[in-house]
Design a protein around this ligand. Structure first.
Ligand code: HQG
Length: 180
């Protein structure tokens, strides 16, 4: 499987493991896990053909480590980014002093009023390095990087989580903790 093909399947996996499992009649358990055999079989029906070995390659090669297997590799899930209702059982973790969030100019008026909202996802996504936040913002245009005073937030009682692929997550970032 070449890189282009891997990316195509990877995007398809994001769709069915994070947002629309119903589209291929895939069942995810309450923690977001899909059975690997079931995923492969139902993907084939949907015209996305890959083997379990292809899947292992896709998971290993994924630029953001978006997917993970359980211990015996019988199940797979997305590490974060869901819009459907799953409980990832993330562990709370103390954040560094500051975290970065990449966005674009046109969202700033709303962010200045409401702070950072999780929008369609389960959490607000932040990164510990500015470069990653730049990439996140650039998906939508010229990136604007906001600094979140995460340590202060945490001291004030807000909970932070670190996903298995290194994304920092929290429910909501009120305006007063954002440096624009
Ligand atoms: C913005 C991708 C108006 C927020 C990326 C963002 C990341 C507001 C957008 C991951 C707002 C939501 C997450 C407010 C926040 N008013 N707009 N009050 N608060 N926003 O995609 O952080 O490829 O849900 O700034 O690389 O862009 O999917 O979040 O622009 O890691 O693995 O609303 O998704 O990773 O957009 O991206 P998103 P995000 P994957």
């Amino acid at each position: 499987m070449n890189e282009k093909e891997r990316n195509r399947i990877s995007r398809f996996l994001s769709l069915v493991l994070r947002h629309k499992p119903d589209e291929i009649d895939l069942r995810l358990d309450e923690h977001g896990w899909a059975d690997v055999g079931d995923l492969i079989a139902k993907s084939i029906v949907a015209g996305k053909v890959f083997t379990s070995q292809d899947l292992e390659e896709i998971v290993a090669a994924n630029d953001k480590q978006r997917f993970a297997y359980n211990e015996d590799r019988s199940k797979i899930r997305a590490n974060q980014g869901h819009s459907i209702d799953v409980e990832l059982q993330l562990e709370a973790k103390d954040p560094p002093e500051q975290l970065f969030h990449g966005t674009v100019e046109r969202f700033l008026p709303a962010i200045r009023v409401k702070g950072l909202l999780k929008m369609n996802r389960h959490h607000v996504h932040m990164s510990h390095d500015r470069a990653t936040a730049e990439k996140v913002g650039e998906r939508r245009g010229e990136a604007i990087i906001l600094t979140v005073r995460s340590e202060e937030m945490n001291k004030d009682g807000f909970t932070f989580y670190l996903s298995d692929n290194g994304v920092w997550l929290t429910e909501h970032v009120p305006v007063k903790y954002i440096n624009f």
